[in-house]
Design a protein around this ligand. Structure first.
Ligand SMILES: Nc1ncnc2c1ncn2[C@@H]1O[C@H](COP(=O)(O)OP(=O)(O)OP(=O)(O)O)[C@@H](O)[C@H]1O
Length: 256
């Protein structure tokens, strides 16, 4: 197997006296699509933030291509982040910019791309996520939730990222739009050699797009020393997982 792209080594995260993650070790390999699942508050979003250095671990280390994020200076960290696309739950568009400028934002900020090339790239990405041409001049407030998600995805893809991070990409969408976004996530990974990490509550999304699932358990409900990762395997192994907490979760039953 190739070298891991992202490595978490005995990572811990604590806010004040509140321990959120403890002793999490995980290797993510190039072109994997990994889904992080687990009940609310178990630290999934913190894990995404750790991967791009938006959150510093209070213990252990996070490595990107074998290099500790701690060892990167601000310039190197920025260069690394430019290789990572995000799609947040709210799509996080700039409300004062139209769709074109939202999608172009990263390209312009990065610099060194000719105006005509920026335009061509924006048009291409909007087409890729299935948005009609006319959407370019619309403001985010004029768009439906599903369209905002698509614009968010187009924006994330504009920089041709090596890594895509999705934080609950289908939460709050109707079943049809959920399917559209799942398809787009799939399409994104079949079109390019991208490594994806998806935080989601939606089992349909897990089954449709992930090739690996990691389930986390809230530290507050674990005994000292018990591992926080309670499943690491393919989606089709979830229903028959040895750990009853995993089966309970995927069946949507409340745990103990
Ligand atoms: N900046 C912060 N300061 C203090 N506490 C924080 C901070 N960020 C996260 N937390 C706490 O860490 C815990 C885990 O948060 P996180 O958002 O990673 O959970 P999650 O598993 O993604 O939850 P959800 O599924 O509800 O989004 C929560 O208890 C949260 O309140």
């Amino acid at each position: 197997m190739s070298e891991p792209l992202i490595q978490l080594q005995s990572v811990g995260v604590r806010f004040g006296t509140h321990d959120v993650l403890r002793g999490v070790s995980l290797d993510i390999f190039p072109q994997q699509t990994v889904a992080f699942i687990g009940e609310s508050g178990c630290g999934k979003t913190c894990l995404l933030k750790l991967v791009v250095g938006l959150l510093q671990p209070t213990a252990g280390d996070v490595l990107f291509q074998g290099k500790s994020l701690r060892s990167l200076n601000e310039k190197e960290l920025t260069a690394m982040r430019l290789r990572v696309g995000f799609l947040f739950q709210s799509a996080a568009l700039f409300d004062s910019l139209n769709v074109f400028d939202n999608v172009a934002f990263g390209l312009k900020a990065k610099g060194g791309v000719a105006e005509a090339d920026v335009s061509a790239r924006v048009v291409e990405r909007l087409q890729e996520v299935g948005l009609p041409d006319g959407v370019r001049v619309k403001m985010p407030s004029e768009l439906s939730g599903g369209m905002r998600k698509r614009v968010g995805l187009a924006r994330a893809l504009a920089l041709d990222p090596n890594v895509m991070l999705y934080d609950e990409p289908t939460t709050g969408l109707d079943p049809v739009m959920t399917d559209v976004i799942n398809e787009l996530i799939l399409q994104t990974r079949t079109k390019r050699p991208v490594t994806s990490v998806i935080v989601t509550h939606e089992m349909r999304t897990v089954h449709k797009v992930a090739d690996r699932v990691v389930m986390f358990y809230p530290l507050s409900r674990l005994a000292e020393g018990e591992p926080q990762m309670i499943y690491d395997g393919p989606p089709d192994g979830l229903a028959t997982a040895a750990d009853p907490r995993v089966r309970q979760f995927v069946e949507g039953r409340a745990g103990a």
